[in-house]
Design a protein around this ligand. Sequence first.
Ligand code: UP5
Ligand code: MG
Length: 197
Amino acid sequence: FSPEEVKVVFVLGGPGAGKGTQCANLVRDYGFRHLSAGDLLRAEQDREGSEYGEMIKKYIREGDIVPMEVTVKLLENAMKEDIKDKHGKGSFLIDGFPRKMDQAEHFEDTVVPSRFILFFDCPEEELEKRLLNRGKTSGRSDDNVESIKKRFKTFVETSMPVVKYFEDEGKVENVSAVASPEEVYQHVKERMEKRGI
Ligand code: UP5
Ligand code: MG
């Protein structure tokens, strides 16, 4: 994809930080297309005939990161599909990706470099409270105490280094996610404007 025509903002933050919630606001107000890597993986897992279904199921329940080839392919296909009728132009919020260093490098080298990273900062106690609450109705196989602990561990050990890497490049907009969704969104909008979106 051409970096002039295709805008990508990575949306990162711990499990339950509010990535999906805030992306919905940005889609409404800025005309982005929202691509959640987790949602794409869950859809692939449930797709009849998928050769990756069982593998994805196992990784998600264990809070592990699915091998990047699968996730990058799903993202790339969704992006291609979206810009097909738009003369190659598009703006994407890539939610929950990249969460491992190899994914970040591979995507920026082979798909398109990101404009910046929107990072939602939230303490674990708050994340756990939100996820357990959502787990009552979400039906997600990873919204239970055991999987949540594993997701936190993966986030700290594997995904935070990615945020650190982008931070060193001056590409991270850090937003505190501990406030009402409306208040958090006010800060998000400020950061979007600051980055000229
Ligand atoms: N909520 C939201 N904002 C709130 C606020 N300000 N105050 C109070 N409550 C708030 O929100 C979570 C819950 O909190 C909701 O109930 C919401 O109403 C409430 P949500 O917006 O859903 O948060 P989000 O950050 O999107 O949480 P999510 O659980 O989706 O984050 P994860 O990063 O854990 O999940 P994801 O779907 O991205 O990934 C799942 C798994 O897929 C990973 O663990 C991994 O196994 C796999 N995966 C890969 O392998 N590779 C990838 O590249 C991506 C995922
Ligand atoms: Mg989400």
